[in-house]
Design a binder for this molecule. Structure first.
Ligand code: SF4
Length: 326
């Protein structure tokens, strides 16, 4: 446990957490919406600090990050709790857990494990890394190599700006519009594209993911809006459309039809997104092609890349591709 950053004293030993848009007011002895931060006698504490639910070396493509050191391995680590409560959560066993797991790591031990596993960096993933913000920050300060967050981007601007100098790459889950966040994530709306913009403008390598759920965010207008907002930040940010499968509280919805994903990819390309990928679907090519001349530059199947290392410049037309390639 560690005293949290970003909170305010209120009368009668109540506190307000200002890390994310929930801005929870927490009475003594109670927890915030994310279940990971609690009021201990008038002090906001990160109860998830160092509490680990899962860890493993992973291909970086699994995050997914396709334009950041392709073919490398990262040490993935996650905690419990989440500041959203999505009905479709794929990791609800840990994201909605009430109490901390018994496995603990110090920041130094995470860095040691990363090196022991011959990984090039650390991915804070599996559950929402922003709920153990202080642990991510402390570990990233020690690591100084590739610090990666796989995040819902649901964070207030001040805490994000404080974290950004220590982060090298991010995949941000951009879910949908205000109705989507209210009804399916049970949370007030925040325009997560603002998080994408802050990361991108700060020089962090960014990719975005959109899970397409039939009947909820698969309308052409929804997809066009999302793509044009992303292009406004940068047409170079890779966009991963991910296939939904029924899970948790959303078991009555069918898996996303493949032709819906194809339609989304076509909308994204029309909107000017330079790099569009389909995830959770094995029937489609996920190789990287040059946006200028169409040459295939990185042969990718599932989570593995084949062929010679790519240096970021198209040998055919000389175009420079967005990414960190070595
Ligand atoms: S991080 Fe947790 S405690 Fe803090 S405002 Fe968000 S949901 Fe509430």
């Amino acid at each position: 446990m560690k005293e949290a950053l970003f909170w305010k004293d209120l009368p009668d030993k109540n506190v307000q957490c200002v890390l994310c848009p929930h801005r929870c007011v927490i009475f003594p002895g109670k927890k915030g919406f994310c279940k990971a931060r609690a009021n201990h006698s008038g002090v906001l504490v990160s109860e998830s600090y160092g509490r680990v639910t899962s860890y493993a070396p992973d291909p970086i493509e699994k995050k997914p990050l396709y334009h950041f050191k392709p073919g490398s391995r990262v040490f993935s680590i996650g905690t419990y709790g989440c500041n959203l409560a999505c009905d479709f959560c794929q990791n609800f066993e840990i994201s909605q857990a009430e109490s901390p797991p018994s496995v603990t790591f110090s920041p130094e031990e995470v860095v040691e494990a990363m090196r022991r596993e011959d990984c090039s960096g650390i991915a804070y993933t599996y559950s929402e890394p922003l709920t153990w913000y202080e642990f991510v920050l402390d570990t990233s300060k020690i690591n100084r190599e590739d610090n990666i967050i796989v995040t819902n981007g649901y964070i207030n601007e001040g805490p994000l700006e404080h974290l950004v100098p220590h982060i090298d790459a991010a995949n941000v889950d951009v879910k949908g519009g205000s109705e989507f966040y209210r009804t399916l994530c049970h949370s007030p709306y925040k325009n997560v594209m603002e998080t994408v913009r802050t990361l991108y403008d700060s020089g962090v390598h960014v990719e975005a993911t959109n899970l397409i759920i039939p009947g909820h965010n698969d309308g052409e207008d929804d997809l066009r809006r999302l793509c044009s907002e992303l292009v406004e930040v940068s047409p170079d940010i890779p966009l991963h459309f991910s296939r939904f499968f029924p899970h948790y509280r959303l078991t009555g919805v069918s898996p996303t039809p493949i032709n819906t994903l194809d339609k989304a990819a076509s909308i994204a390309k029309d909107a000017g997104v330079n790099y569009v990928y389909l995830g959770n679907v094995w029937e489609r090519d996920t190789s990287t092609t040059c946006p200028s001349c169409g040459t295939k530059l990185l042969d990718r199947t599932g989570f593995s890349v084949r062929g010679p290392a790519f240096d970021g410049t198209c040998p055919q037309c000389g175009a420079k591709l967005y990414g960190v390639w070595k």
